[in-house]
Design a protein around this ligand. Structure first.
Ligand SMILES: Cc1cc2nc3c(=O)[nH]c(=O)nc-3n(C[C@H](O)[C@H](O)[C@H](O)COP(=O)(O)OP(=O)(O)OC[C@H]3O[C@@H](n4cnc5c(N)ncnc54)[C@H](O)[C@@H]3O)c2cc1C
Length: 467
């Protein structure tokens, strides 16, 4: 940044920011951007196009030293700090208006240890980048089902994916994190070091500091898995969803499936099953046989494919740049009333881009105790995601209204809990945040009080520090 101190800084942050700005810019090896600088607009743009915010400063961190310097600068000037990794926060918590965006997306170092079957991965990696490196050694761990998502935000909230029923959540596979806490100290948190912090970062989101790298346990996998989409006309939704329920009730732990109601590219309403199995290909083919024979599908894309391809099979359906408003809740079960309500709501959906999704969990995820990590949803088997995707701001009201209406219609079937990473725009209210952290909230607040008593990291699904 050239002559930073001479530039005008807008707003009431002006004085605070200008003091020491030149020194700060020099202390961040990846550079500090301000409005008008090349790359500023790209850096402040995140996946959800509803979020259009302009930070006063963007620190493009490339190392733990950069992160330490940025945390110290922001904290000392009481700037709002937003932390951005993969940029997939649907709620928009990774970019602020005014304030300091701490962007770790360029931190992409990764080192697999094939002997210990572990990996040390920096916080800016996406799952596509992570999987590519670990699969080179025939290894994997649980990541998200859309490969453009960042490992950082996803792991810190829990991390649900195709391998979850076999290997638990992403956070269940964490061995340690390196994290810069609010006092500017780089700490390691693991089962044996700062164990309270390690407990909290496994589900407590970005509340406790800026993670610079994660160490995960890996597992032998692939290279081939059996996966794909099975698509039928929407008229078959009742039959398909009931068959989906039967499948989930008997599914082995090396298999999973989601069900979705949406529209084909030509606008035709469809019902879709997205399936995944790892293990012998013939076993997967046999397992999915009854679903494939339900009736003539519009498309049957189930096949043996590289794990890395399966991890990306939903990418094209979830591109960046849409306006996004989603509402999610855990479901007690998916009995006939639930399925009929879902089908009825999907029929009212105003946008052909929007999926209504039922997700399926259980297995190794649910063998971890509710309070063993901060992630509390260890009894949940299903969740409903009403996802509104659209492009025209004139359609905001209709699409937001549909997701809210679907959420309301599902309330009788939900215990009231929600996955913190599925909170969306407008979900930052105290009751929703408490619903997400559940019985672990009070302990999280105590850990927050110990490591971030002044709530420096507050632009997230915030845990208020206990005094
Ligand atoms: C298309 C799509 C698909 C998804 N699929 C899944 C899925 O399959 N499974 C699942 O579990 N979730 C899924 N999610 C939800 C996802 O886990 C969250 O949106 C997550 O926050 C994204 O992480 P990110 O790093 O990409 O996002 P960012 O927007 O960069 O970060 C989100 C928040 O995480 C925190 N954070 C990020 N990096 C750091 C860091 N280094 N240190 C401290 N805090 C940090 C901050 O609070 C930040 O605001 C999906 C989201 C999208 C948009």
């Amino acid at each position: 940044m050239q002559s930073a101190e001479k530039k005008i800084v807008e707003g009431d942050l002006a004085l605070a920011v200008e003091q020491g700005l030149e020194t700060f810019a020099q202390s961040v090896r990846g550079g500090v951007l301000r409005a008008g600088d090349a790359g500023f607009d790209a850096a402040r743009t995140i996946w959800n196009a509803m979020i259009d915010r302009s930070p006063a400063l963007i620190a493009r961190c490339v190392s733990p030293a950069d992160v330490i310097n940025a945390v110290n600068f922001g904290r000392d000037r009481d700037l709002q700090i937003a932390v951005r990794a993969g940029g997939h926060s649907a709620a928009g918590s990774s970019v602020c208006d005014g304030g300091l965006m701490l962007d770790v997306s360029a931190m992409k170092g990764i080192r697999v240890d094939p002997n210990r079957q572990t990996v040390r991965a920096e916080a800016g990696l996406t799952w596509a980048e992570f999987d590519r490196e670990t699969q080179a050694f025939g290894l994997a761990t649980t990541g998200g089902v859309v490969s453009t998502t960042g490992i950082a935000g996803l792991t810190l909230g829990g991390g649900i994916g195709w391998l979850g029923r076999t290997h638990g959540l992403s956070c269940d596979n964490l061995l340690s994190v390196d994290i810069v806490t609010a006092d500017g100290q780089l700490r390691t948190a693991s089962a044996s070091e700062n164990a309270d912090l390690f407990w909290a970062v496994r589900g407590g989101g970005g509340n406790f500091g800026v993670v610079t790298s994660f160490e995960y346990q890996l597992h032998p996998l692939g290279p081939l898995v059996t996966a794909g989409l099975l698509i039928w006309p929407r008229q078959m939704a009742g039959e398909v969803l009931r068959a989906y329920r039967d499948f989930t009730q008997g599914a082995p732990e090396n298999a999973s499936a989601y069900a979705g109601l949406g529209a084909a590219p030509d606008g035709m309403p469809i019902v879709v099953l997205i399936v995944f199995h790892h293990g012998p290909t013939e076993e997967g083919e046999t397992l999915f046989g009854p679903l494939r024979r339900l009736g003539p599908p519009v498309a049957d894309m189930i096949q043996a494919m590289p794990y890395t391809a399966a991890q990306g099979m939903l990418d094209a359906l979830n591109p960046p740049g849409n306006r996004v408003y989603w509402k999610s809740e855990v479901l007690r079960n998916i009995d006939d009333d639930v399925l009929e309500t879902v089908i009825g709501r999907a029929a009212e959906c105003p946008s052909p881009l929007s999926p209504t999704l039922i997700e399926f969990y259980g297995g190794a995820i649910n063998r971890v105790g509710v309070s063993d990590t901060a992630y509390p949803l260890r009894e949940a088997m299903y969740a409903l995601n009403a996802v509104s995707y659209w492009t025209d701001p004139a359609q905001d009201e209709a699409n937001i209204g549909w997701a809210r209406g679907t959420f309301d219609a599902m309330q009788p079937y939900s215990p009231g809990s929600v996955y913190v990473n599925f909170l969306g725009v407008g979900d930052g209210t105290e009751d929703r945040v408490k619903a997400a952290y559940g019985p672990n909230y009070a302990r999280l607040a105590r850990v927050k009080g110990a490591y971030d008593p002044n709530n420096v990291f507050r632009m997230n699904h915030n845990i208020v520090p206990a005094r």
